[in-house]
Structure formats: structure tokens, C-alpha cells
Design a protein around this ligand. Structure first.
Ligand code: FUL
Length: 475
């Protein structure tokens, strides 16, 4: 149960006088403060950038000449500016991909930009991007591939201190890190210091993840940790950017054989939807590339996703309560290509225009549930029954096409199902029905709907609903 003290400590504003009895009791698993902050981001960007950008590969073997990395016009500010135009609130860089090439001057390996002629070996892509992100108020995160096809020690116990040292450098030298991203690719063939062989590892035991995650917690307590199975954020189970429907924020990280799950243990059917009443708060992140590949390839310049495709992905990820992690790969100049920049801008324009005005603001809501139309995530309304009905009277008739509903998730994911209706010619007619809500549900209607009086009906819930928003938008 969330005590009043713990609740106040979480930084939420409460009405001046609130009897302790009015505090809803939490239901099931609840988010940590770092997860709450992550939910509010909605969309963040991924930058896949390394030697692959220059060798035209998706997975580098680990035998690349460091001189090949030469982004002559690298401009982190213009990259971050284009991401900001899309409404991105954070950016995660592949500090090291499977090839093992480090984009910062690490002390752990020679396979890094320190040995590139680019900027005379004095360049630091991680540092430059972290600083550019900070200048524009985007949060900064790092991807550090556990699989390292360059490192001679990979596959032996000697590799683990190297990996942890790399992570320590990233988590201590570049300011606040909001997300640490561990992909699930686990071993295979590679250069491995010249051995050129196949190395397999046991994904359950080799990496000793709990120890690494403890280290992340002590170095960057506010950072969320992503992997196939959390501990903070789970992979959605596909690389198409699409969450399940429903998509529950709770999950049981159990492997297919019933044992504890490790990165690499993806349950294709269960990761997209999560587990209703799961034991852990572990929301889904939908990673997808704006292009067919994760890295930049000239031949894919004509295959950048259109603004309409990006908008559709937004509704199928963020709209289902997940976050969207959109990859936009820098090119060989060290810039985003004009095709990608244009798509990002149009996507951002749509978001700014659509969500600028909440048509339900100023509505009269029954049962004293005014908090729902005040547009503040720190306010909530707690129902006194499992299946409340709220009437929403708009100041005037409004035409809308998008409905946004949010639960006050600090009290858990409580609602199973709800319906929105409109009053029309003397009766209530269904506008939409939906399942999981959690941090948010965006319902995009096929057609615009005009109404003055609406009704929100929770039709199934595990605990009395606690809602924080009901909003309407025109497209
Ligand atoms: C995967 C990697 O193998 C891909 O190259 C990419 O980085 C993707 C986001 O994660 O595990």
C-alpha cells in the first residue's frame, strides 16, 4: 500500500486538506519514480551509428579499421534539433554495437574512436551528443551491446569486468543518463582479437546481470534499465514499433521453461501484451527504425517511413500505453539525411497541431471528477465503485477524432475495460470501447464525432478506478 508519506515523497501535489482515508490503496504492482518519469516521455529517439554506417553493414564483424569511422560533418546539435522537432524527449545512442567499436575514448579497448584519424583521435561522439541533448532539454541514454565481436576476452569471465568498466565510464563521465539499453543478441561468430571463431555463451549465467544492474543503480539511480525482460522496461517483442492490444504495464519475467527470465528470453506472444495482474510493473518499449535497417544505408534513402506511417505507429505504441523508441540513423557525414529530417518534422507538426487544444477542457464532469479535464497528470479522481459512470458536459458542441484517457498509475493498473458514449437524439450511443488504459490510451476514431454530452463508463475493473485524464482532440 502507498502510504500518505510515500505518496507525498513522490512529489505529487495534493489538495491542501486531504483526509488520509481519501487516499486510494494501490492495486497490484506500481511504477517506481524512475518508471513514472519514463512514462511521461512518450517518445524517444534511437541513434544507430558506428563503423557499420561506413561499411554498409547491420552487424559489424569486429575487425574494422578504426579509420573507417570518419563522419566529416558530424553535427550533434543539428541531429538533436531534428529529433526535438519530432517531439522526442530523449535520445539513446549506440555507444557500442556488436562490432565492439566504442564511440567514446574508452580506456578498455583499442577498438574505439581514439584510434581513428577523425579529429586526430580526440573525438568523442558520446560526449558531443550528450552535451547537445542537454542544450535542448532532451534526456540522454546509452546502448551498450553485451555481445562484443571484437573483444578477445568475449565468452570468457575476463570480459565481464571490461563490459562493466565500459558501462562505468558511460555512467560517470557524461552527466545524467535516463535509460540504459541492453539488447538481447547473445554471441555467435566474430573477430575476437583475431581468433575469428564462433563463441557461444549461456545467456542465463554468463553476464551475471543482477550484479551489473546493481552497479547501474548505484551510479545512476534515476536511469531506467531496458532489456527483453526489464528490470524496469521490457522489450515489446517485435521491431515493428507496435504494442499489443491490450498492452498491460505489468509482467511476470518468467522463461518459457518456468525459470527466471534473462535478456534473450522473449515470449513472442506475451511480451507485446504483458500479463494482466503481473507481479512486476514492467511497461513495454516499442523500438523501430524509421528505415528498413537500424543503420544508415544509401539504398534505403527512398524507404524512410512517411509521416502517416509514423503517426500510425504513435497510436499503436504510445496510444496503447507503451513508449515509442524511434531509430533515426545518422549518415556518413554524421548528420541525419534530409528525408529523415522531413519525416520527423511532419510527425512533430501533426503532434503539436493535434494535441494543442483539449476540447474537453472546461467541461462539467459529474461526481466531482473535475480533475479529469484539468490537464494535469498530478491530479486524479478516485471512484467509489468498480464500474463508475461519468457524464461530461462540454461547454459547446465539439467535433473530435481522438480520445485520451489516463489512469493515475501510481495506484496501479486498475481498469480492464471502458466505453465512451455520446448523447444523441435522446439516447446514449457508443463512440468507442477499449481495454488496457494504464499511463494512457489514445483512441483514434475512424470518423470525426460531434457531441456536447459524453459519458465515460468503466465496464470492468480490478479495483475502484483512479483516473487522471479524459481529453478530446480534433485531428
Ligand atoms: C538488436 C540488434 O541486433 C540490432 O542490430 C539493433 O541494435 C536492435 C535495436 O537490437 O538486438
Amino acid at each position: 500500500m502507498l502510504t500518505r508519506r510515500a505518496f507525498l515523497a513522490s512529489g505529487v501535489c495534493l489538495p491542501a486538506v486531504l483526509p488520509a482515508a481519501a487516499m486510494p490503496e494501490a492495486y497490484g504492482a506500481v511504477p517506481s519514480s524512475r518508471q513514472l518519469r519514463w512514462h511521461a516521455l512518450e517518445t524517444t529517439a534511437f541513434l544507430h551509428f558506428t563503423v557499420n554506417t561506413f561499411t554498409d553493414k547491420e552487424w559489424g564483424y569486429g575487425d574494422e579499421d578504426p579509420n573507417i569511422f570518419n563522419p566529416a560533418r558530424f553535427d550533434p546539435d543539428s541531429i538533436v534539433e531534428a529529433l526535438e522537432a519530432a517531439g522526442m524527449r530523449g535520445v539513446i545512442l549506440t555507444a557500442k554495437h556488436h562490432d565492439g567499436f566504442c564511440l567514446w575514448p574508452t580506456a578498455t579497448t583499442d577498438h574505439s574512436i581514439r584510434n581513428s584519424t577523425w579529429r586526430g583521435g580526440k573525438g568523442d561522439v558520446v560526449g558531443d551528443l550528450a552535451a547537445a541533448a542537454r542544450r535542448r532539454n532532451l534526456l540522454f541514454g546509452v546502448y551498450l551491446s553485451p555481445w562484443d565481436r571484437n573483444n578477445p576476452a568475449y565468452g570468457t569471465p575476463a570480459y565481464l569486468p571490461i563490459y562493466r568498466r565500459q558501462l562505468t565510464e558511460l555512467l560517470t563521465n557524461y552527466g545524467p543518463i535516463f535509460e540504459v539499453w541492453h539488447d538481447g543478441a547473445n554471441g555467435g561468430d566474430g573477430f575476437y582479437g583475431g581468433a575469428r571463431e564462433k563463441r557461444t555463451i549461456d545467456k542465463r549465467t554468463y553476464y551475471d546481470w543482477p550484479r551489473t544492474w546493481d552497479m547501474v543503480r548505484s551510479l545512476q539511480p534515476e536511469a531506467v534499465i531496458f532489456s527483453d525482460v526489464g528490470p524496469d522496461i521490457r522489450w515489446v517483442g517485435n521491431e515493428r514499433g507496435i504494442a499489443g492490444d491490450p498492452c498491460w504495464a505489468t509482467y511476470d519475467p518468467v522463461a518459457a521453461d518456468g525459470g527466471p527470465a534473462s535478456p534473450g528470453d522473449v515470449r513472442e506472444k506475451e511480451s507485446p501484451t504483458g500479463h494482466r495482474h503481473g507481479s512486476k510493473w514492467m511497461p513495454a518499449e516499442c523500438d523501430v527504425s524509421i528505415r528498413p535497417g537500424w543503420f544508415w544505408h544509401e539504398r534505403e534513402n527512398a524507404r524512410v517511413k512517411t509521416p502517416a506511417q509514423l503517426i500510425d505507429l504513435y497510436y499503436k505504441s504510445v496510444g496503447r500505453g507503451a513508449n515509442l523508441l524511434l531509430n533515426v540513423p545518422p549518415n556518413r557525414d554524421g548528420l541525419l539525411s534530409p528525408e529523415d529530417v522531413a519525416a520527423l518534422k511532419a510527425f512533430g507538426d501533426y503532434r503539436r497541431k493535434t494535441f494543442a487544444r483539449n476540447l474537453a477542457a472546461g467541461a462539467k464532469v459529474s461526481s466531482g471528477a473535475r480533475a479529469l479535464v484539468e490537464g494535469r497528470d498530478d491530479r486524479w479522481w478516485a471512484a467509489d465503485s468498480l464500474t463508475p459512470e461519468l457524464t461530461i458536459d462540454l461547454p459547446r458542441a465539439e467535433t473530435f477524432q481522438v480520445i485520451r484517457v489516463k489512469e493515475a498509475i501510481r495506484f496501479g493498473q486498475r481498469i480492464d475495460r471502458l466505453a465512451v458514449e455520446r448523447w444523441d437524439s435522446g439516447e446514449w450511443r457508443t463512440v468507442a470501447e477499449t481495454t488496457s488504459i494504464g499511463p494512457r490510451r489514445l483512441i483514434r476514431l475512424d470518423q470525426p464525432v460531434t457531441a456536447t454530452r459524453l459519458r465515460l463508463r468503466v465496464t470492468e475493473a480490478a479495483a475502484n478506478p483512479v483516473l487522471s485524464e479524459f481529453a478530446l482532440f480534433a485531428e
